[in-house]
Structures are given as C-alpha cells and as structure tokens.
Design a protein. Sequence first.
Lengths: 265, 238
Amino acid sequence: MFEIFQYDFIIRGLQAGIIVSSIAPLIGIFLVLRRYSLIADTLSHVSLAGVAIGLLFKINPIVTAILAATTSSILIERLRLTRKVYGETALALFLSGSLALAIILISLAHGFSVDLFNYLFGSIVTVRQEDIWVMSLMAIIVIIAIALFYKELVFLSFDEEAAQVAGIPARLINTILIILTALTVALAIPIVGILLISALIVIPVVAALQLKRGFSETILIAEGISLFSVITGIIAAFYLDIPASGLIVLTALAIFAVLTFLKRN
Amino acid sequence: MHQVDHTKNIIELQNISFTYGQERVLNNLSLNIHLGDYLGIIGPNGGGKTTLLKIMLGLLPNFEGQVKLFGKDLKDFPDWYKIGYVPQKATNFDLNFPATIEETVAMGRYGRRGLFKLPTNEDNRVVTSVIAEVDLTSEKDQLIGNLSGGQQQRVFIARALASEPEVIILDEPTVSVDPETQDKFYKLLRDLNDHHNLTLVLVSHDLDIITSQTTEVACINHSLIYHGSSENFNRSYV
C-alpha cells in the first residue's frame, strides 16, 4: 500500500501540493469575502502568458509566471483605482488580453503540445526539485505577509470604510493582497493547472464558510479541507491513473456539497 | 444637568463646501464640536448630513474648506484611533461574514496598534472590558450574523469603544432597531457621555431622538440652519 511513496515524482508532487494547499485558503478567504474571487481566474490566465514567455525563452516557466502575474496584479489594481474602467472590466481586459498573448507566444515557441496541456490542467509529475525550492520560498513570503497584515486584511474585508477611518492604509493593503494572490496563483500551476487554480483558492474557503464559525476558525477549517483535497487527489490519481487536478477539485467540491447538505439538515 | 465644556474644540469645520457632480451638497458650512458635547446632527434626507460626516471622517477628501481634528489639519491627522465610528450598518453589513463578537470588537484595536504589530495582552484586556460594558460577555463567541439588530449595534459601539476614542461619530445607528432596544441603546450612549467624558456626534433624521437625547443640535440643510442647545432648539423650532 505504501508503494506510492517509493516514487520520487509522487513525493515531490505531494510536497508541492502541501505547499500550495496551505497558502491557497489564506489568500482565498480574503478574496471570497471581498467578492474578488475573479481576480484569481484573471491572474491564472496571465500566468499562462508568463509560462509561454518561459517556454519561448527557455526560462523556468514558474519563474516567468510569477513575474507576469505579480506585474499584472499591480497594473490591474492601478487601472481599477484610476476608475477609468469598472473593477470587473479591468479583470476582463487582462484575462482576455493575456490569453491572446499566450496563444501567440506559445505558437511562436511551437509549444502546442504536451507541455501546454500540463500547464493548463496541471501535472504533478513535471514538478522538479528546483520548483519545490522556488515554491517553498514564495510560500514562506506569502505566509509571513499574511501574518504581518492579518489584522488589517480582516478589518478591510469586514468593513472597508470603518477600517479607513481607523487609519488602516486600504490602498497599500489591497495592493499587497493582490500581489500575494499573484504569487499563489503562479505557484499552483503545476498542481491544478491554470484552468483550475481559482477552484483551489475559492472552494475550500466557501466550503468552510458553510460551517458558520468565527474568522480564525474558518481559516483553519479551510486549511484542513484544502490539504485533505490535495493529498487525497494526488494519491487517488496515482492509483486510478487520472489527472490529480481534476480529482483535487472534485474532492473539494464534494466536501462543499456534504457540508452544505449537513448544515441544511 | 450635564455640563458641556466649551473651551476645547475637538472637531472644527471651517467654510466647508462639497459638490457631487453638478449638485452643491454643502455650502460654506462652519461648525465646531467641543469636548464633552453630545451633538445631534439633524436635517432632511439629501441635506448633506452624511456628506458632512464623511468629510470629518476623512472619507471624502475632495472638499473645499478646512477640517481640524484635535487642532490638527485633517490631512496631517495621525491619531485616528481617537475617533470611533459607528456606521449605519445594522441593515447593510454582510450578515454571513464569519466573525464572532470578540473578533469584531478586536478590530477596533487594530488602527491603534498600527502596522506590523501583533495584538497584545492590553488589547485583549480592553476588548474583554468593552464587551462587558455593552453587556455581551456571555455572547462573545457568537457570530455577528446570528445576533439581533440591537445586539449588532452594541457590537459596533463596542468596536468603536475598543480604540479608546475621545469622540464617537454615529450615523443613523438605530435604523431598523425596535423601540425598546433603541431606549437601551440611547441609555448606553448617555452613560458614555455623562460618565466617560466621551464626545458624541449622532447623525439622525429622527427629530424625537435628537431632541430627547442630545444636549446640542446642529440642523443642516446644505448649510447650517441652527446650532445650539437642544433646549433652545425645542423651544424655537419644534
């Protein structure tokens, strides 16, 4: 039964999965409560353009994805603040624009192949030791930043106006949150793929919210659901020979469904 | 009788004007709020009450005129914890937000504590004591969404008190709260004003509440129509 742990790629996949599933709900809770979940989707498409740049110039695609996502996150926030476009249209512009760019770049890199498929749908077997180091470093940055700005993030999510009156620098904190989202999204690519990243960020949080607990307790529950879904998904994928990303997201959705049902009754 | 100390200005509004698009909402309005005042701001809907309140809270920076808070210009005012704010939220805050009473009240400490600082024992002590003050100790672990409108409003008062402010500004705090709960709520406010030297600014469209509760009245309809004691206001206008 433990033969699974003899494979290095599974060990690396689990390591990467645990890293990503620990930080996803930390970001997710603030995005969900601020009705800003769509930013995760947008930044995942931006990451695809980043991946394409990496493929084209033979640089580690995770690194280029991180750079593309963080840069765009700052631009999106700037564009939103200028009020030249509505908040959501800023997201739509970046989502479609980056996808268009990605298609062209990938075509130039002759990358419409297995590679692209891996990035779209995730592929834990492609996770290299080098990626684990990058992911660990970035995850530590995300966790420290969330811990440092936790109280400001909570207050702003609950009541932005009162938080501003209390002297909390709303703009700065919002920008920090969106940059952290970009980092998390870029890191999650190998695990769930670009098309399912927002699910990993949003679903465990939405599931935990069904239990109607306090803030810190909700985060802990979301962490549990996220970790459980990722570990279960990766192990089940190995035995069933199906892509882990699909199983991870369906596991999280199943937990959401069960909790919603239990709470109703 | 409650004594108002008229010697110290807490909030000074000088020649304030504000325009939304084409509409001039406030026109050259000046008003001083003093230490220990319990000031009711009253006026018709659309008369500029909420706009004025948002200007003094620093939420609407594009106004004409000058605002001084505790003697400092609003733009350079560093001590926002001195100002407690109870928004008009009983009706429109997110009922599903996952926060307990204790977590919500603790937010009141966050501005005072500042960036990069973790909450301290002192913060916890103050949070516990203000929750007791608004009589919600046994409910402190309940979610804010599960409370009655009156309890929620007391939570927001506690959150404002948690920053240990010198003035609390309340925007229509008892909209959609039943009369009995309203009575208790205003008794609490009066007690805070009488015994804790807390300056209160209460914005309401409810004439009964303003005239029965506050010691001073400012009547606003684009400009300042009346500013003086509630007694005079009652005699002359009501």
